[in-house]
Design a protein. Structure first.
Lengths: 112, 112
DNA sequence: GCACAATGCTACATAATCTGTAGCACGACG
DNA sequence: CGTCGTGCTACAGATTATGTAGCATTGTGC
């Protein structure tokens, strides 16, 4: 259990600096965080569907990340079940989209 | 020491899917990876300077991430000492820049 | 040459985190 | 009722991070 269970930023390391970018960088720099956002990018997924999409990652971490991501307001759990991005989460995901093209070029340069 | 010291993609989980975005997401989704890229964004830093910038993180992890980031071709160690981004690394960092503005809006909405 | 400081980097024990498997409570269907 | 799927949790073992100390090397001044 972290130090606090307060509002947001319970133990988001970077938040100590007061710069929100640090908090965000820390939140996203946790295992499966980026991946979860990415997999949710084009539609809702159930917890088990998300697990499948995430290469059978442990439900333990997935639930932890999902909790943090929900607390941050990026992800929400629909009433009929199934996780999806909030409007804010979609914005964040859009920010990450150029990464896709970059990844392609990265591989090309690496293999060269 | 990890299992291999091979080219790239030694144990980058996502790379199993063959999609480079997964490898990238996994690499960046490790502790301090994003932060290192961010701190290097506007200039070179020595290993100890980077440590200071990264809130006194352990040199162990920093060296590990630095090694992975160098292997990926995002970071390089100058001959006179000091780490800096490669051209590819700067490209990647540029991709992340919109995150800064997003982080500001994120805080605004969270605090609201 | 020799102390001195700074560099990149590593060792090691402790603590935190992730993995993998199993299973819970709940609700919807039949 | 039985079975399925949902979100979610427990727990032991493996992995990774933390924190402190220190190494080898290089440059600088004396």
């Amino acid at each position: 259990m972290p130090k606090q269970t307060a509002s947001r930023s319970r133990s988001v390391r970077g938040s100590r600096t007061g710069r929100p970018i640090m908090a965000l960088l820390d939140l996203l720099g946790r295992r499966w965080s980026l991946r979860i956002l990415w997999e949710l990018r084009d539609g809702a997924l159930t917890s088990r569907g998300l697990r499948t999409a995430c290469d059978e990652a442990s439900p333990t971490v997935l639930q932890a990340r999902l909790g943090e991501l929900r607390e941050a307001g990026f992800v929400e759990l629909g009433d009929g079940g199934g996780y999806s991005l909030t409007a804010l989460g979609r914005e964040l995901c859009a920010t990450f989209m150029p990464l896709h093209r970059f990844a392609e070029r990265w591989r090309d340069k690496s293999d060269a």
